[in-house]
Design a protein around this ligand. Structure first.
Ligand code: GDP
Ligand code: MG
Length: 297
């Protein structure tokens, strides 16, 4: 009994890397559930999404950090602060690089962002898109760059190498009793994921600056024992012209985005949903500290 208890491992792993390297995809593959939004456009993971992997002998709590960015807007500064917070909480760091876009290893200063020298695991992602010879050269370059605990080639998308990555993560976890009960998937309430799904549809459906000028706020979330769950969400934009684009001709664009978001929300909640989407203009929400605070950044 004593031995069983002491052999349990649990800890926090922060997934770091440039925008678009596949951090959210990895989290989704590891947890086998769609928690963090995935987008082909960079910088969509604004908040610290936390997913929990529960197995018989271990529990890994993943911090999906926003991409490492140069602060430009006030919003991006907040994202950097969240990145730092995630690193402080972490027992280990998982650095992800995209093999299609990783010829130069010195894109971030690991000594600077990891002064406590927590163990760093390096994952080369998207190996489904590169020849083996190129990969070996790349791994050699990174090997000289930093004393990584391990370097593992993976495809977060098709799952190749992900089990091996999981085993390496477990090796680096401290022995510790579980932090959360085993049935807890995430600390975030359901409404957080509902907002993320709506945001994901906006990223898929609109172009150029529109997705970046948009925020989603859940205003009402009423679960009814019978019938549909009623969810009312405001889509905030910065300018009136953006509102027109989001709504689209005869409201079609918004209806399409809403319908797709609703289907995903229903899959997550496991029951039918009435999704009421409204578009509101809130000038300069990205730059305005008070408004950012109200939105929970
Ligand atoms: P994040 O910004 O780091 O969270 O990156 P995402 O997880 O949102 O992924 C960015 C894009 O890369 C999406 O279009 C993913 O489908 C794609 N992607 C992620 N992992 C892989 C992979 O292993 N192989 C390929 N081919 N694409 C991937
Ligand atoms: Mg992401």
């Amino acid at each position: 009994m004593e031995q069983l208890l002491s052999s349990f491992k649990s800890g926090y792993a922060a997934i770091i890397g440039l925008p678009n390297v596949g951090k959210s995809t990895l989290l989704n593959t590891l947890l086998n559930i769609k928690l963090s939004i995935v987008s082909s456009k960079p910088q969509t993971t604004r908040r610290r999404v936390l997913g929990i992997l529960n197995k018989e002998n271990y529990q890994v709590i993943f911090l999906d950090t926003p991409g490492i960015l140069t602060p430009r807007y006030e919003l991006q500064k907040r994202m950097m602060a969240q990145l730092q917070a995630a690193l402080n909480d972490a027992d280990l760091l998982i650095l992800m690089v995209d093999v299609m876009n990783a010829h130069h290893p010195v894109h971030l200063n690991l000594e600077e962002i990891n002064p406590q020298q927590k163990p760093v695991l390096l994952l080369f992602n998207k190996i489904d898109r590169i020849e083996k010879a190129g990969l070996l050269t790349l791994m050699d370059g990174y090997n000289r760059f930093y004393p990584f605990k391990a370097m593992i080639p993976i495809s977060a998308l098709n799952g190749d190498g992900v089990d091996e990555a999981e085993q390496e993560i477990i090796k680096l976890l401290p022995e510790h009793p579980p932090y959360y009960p085993p049935d807890v998937l995430s600390e975030h309430p359901e409404r957080f994921f509902v907002a993320e799904f709506i945001r994901e549809k906006i990223f898929e459906q609109y172009f150029e600056e529109i997705p970046y000028a948009t925020e989603v706020v859940i205003e009402e979330f009423k679960e009814r024992s019978r019938g549909k769950t009623y969810i009312r969400a405001n889509i905030l934009v910065e300018r009136k012209s953006q509102k027109g684009i989001i709504i689209g001709k005869g409201g079609k664009a918004l209806r399409d985005a809403g319908q797709e978001a609703r289907q995903e929300i229903e899959a997550l909640l496991g029951h039918p949903v009435f999704l009421d989407l409204q578009v509101k203009v809130q000038e300069n929400w990205r730059k305005d500290r008070i408004k950012l605070n109200r939105l929970g950044y």
